[in-house]
Design a protein around this ligand. Structure first.
Ligand SMILES: [Fe+2]
Ligand SMILES: [Fe+2]
Length: 273
C-alpha cells in the first residue's frame, strides 16, 4: 500500500495558522507517507518573507515532496517594481524558494506524478498552454506500465455542482484527454473546499481544502487529504481540524475502484454498456 499526503493552500502570510502547521507537520512525520504533494498557494501575496517561511516549513517536511505553484505565488503588491516583476518574471520567487521549475514530474516505484502551473497571464487560472499539454503527454508517456499516473494542478477541473468557481475551463475535454493519457488521480486545491469524487471517465479527483490558512470558505474548516493507493482501489480520506480534540481527524473516507485495474475496467464497461 502506498500512502500520499496532499496539502494545499498553505498561504504563509496574513491569517496563517502556525499551530495548525505544527499539527500537520506532526501528522506527516508520524505517517511517513511515500510522497507529500503540495498543490500551490504557498503564500498570500508572494512576499519574500512569506516565501522564506514557506521554504523553512517545506524543509522540515519528510521527503519526497512534490510541488506546483498557485495563483497567490506571483507578486501582487501594488508598487511599480513588483508590478514589473509580475508582468515579466511572475514565477521567479516560486522558483527561487520552492522549486526550480513551474512544471515538473516525479517517478517513484508505483507512481508517476506530473504537475503543471495552471495559472495563465491572460485569463484567470485553470488552463494549460500548448507546450504544457505537450509536456504532460510526453511525461506520462515515459511512465512504466502498471504505475498509478497522478496529475497535479492548482486549479480545479471538476466541482461538486454547488460552488462553481470562476476559471474552470472545458472540464469534460480536459478529463477525456487526461483519461486517454492513463491518468487515474487528479489532485488540486485553490477553492479551499475539500471534495473527492470519481468522474465518468473513472478518474478520481481529490481536491484539498486549505490546510493551514484562516481563509476558510463555505463553512469548510481546515483540511488536508490522506490517500491510500492499493492494487485495485484508491481511498481518499479528508482529514479536518477538530477544535475540541485540537487535532486533525478523519471527516470522510471514500474508496474508489482504480480505472486501470481489472476490477475498474469491468465496472466502467458495465456503466457504459
Ligand atoms: Fe488559496
Ligand atoms: Fe488559489
Amino acid at each position: 500500500m502506498t500512502i500520499l499526503f496532499h496539502l494545499s493552500d498553505l498561504h504563509f502570510g496574513p491569517k496563517f495558522n502556525a499551530h495548525l502547521s505544527e499539527l500537520i507537520l506532526q501528522d506527516v512525520e508520524n505517517a511517513k507517507p511515500d510522497l507529500t504533494i503540495l498543490s500551490g498557494d504557498f503564500t498570500m501575496r508572494a512576499r519574500i518573507e512569506e516565501f522564506e517561511q514557506a521554504r523553512a516549513y517545506i524543509e522540515k517536511l519528510p521527503k519526497p515532496i512534490f510541488t506546483i505553484p498557485g495563483n497567490h505565488d506571483q507578486p501582487l503588491v501594488p508598487n511599480l517594481g513588483v508590478m514589473w516583476e509580475r508582468a515579466t518574471t511572475p514565477w521567479a520567487r516560486y522558483k527561487k524558494y520552492i522549486h526550480a521549475t513551474e512544471d515538473t514530474s516525479l517517478a517513484l516505484a508505483d507512481l508517476f506524478v506530473v504537475g503543471v502551473n495552471s495559472n495563465n497571464r491572460i485569463v484567470p487560472g485553470g488552463i494549460w498552454s500548448g507546450s504544457q499539454r505537450k509536456f504532460i503527454a510526453q511525461e506520462f508517456s515515459r511512465a512504466p506500465i502498471g504505475v498509478c499516473k497522478i496529475f497535479v494542478t492548482h486549479h480545479h477541473i471538476e466541482w461538486n455542482g454547488k460552488y462553481r468557481p470562476f476559471g474552470t475551463w472545458f472540464p469534460t475535454a480536459q478529463l477525456n484527454w487526461l483519461a486517454k493519457l492513463g491518468v487515474e488521480l487528479i489532485l488540486n486545491g485553490h477553492t479551499h473546499v475539500p471534495l473527492n469524487l470519481q468522474t465518468t471517465q473513472g478518474i478520481v479527483i481529490a481536491q484539498a481544502g486549505t490546510s493551514m490558512s484562516g481563509r476558510v470558505r463555505h463553512g469548510h474548516g481546515n483540511a488536508y487529504n490522506r490517500i491510500k493507493l492499493e492494487r485495485d482501489s484508491l481511498t481518499v480520506q479528508i482529514m479536518g481540524y477538530d477544535e475540541h480534540a485540537d487535532k486533525f481527524i478523519q471527516r470522510s473516507e471514500k474508496t474508489f475502484p482504480r480505472r486501470a485495474s481489472p476490477v475498474a475496467i469491468s465496472s466502467l464497461q458495465e456503466k457504459t454498456a
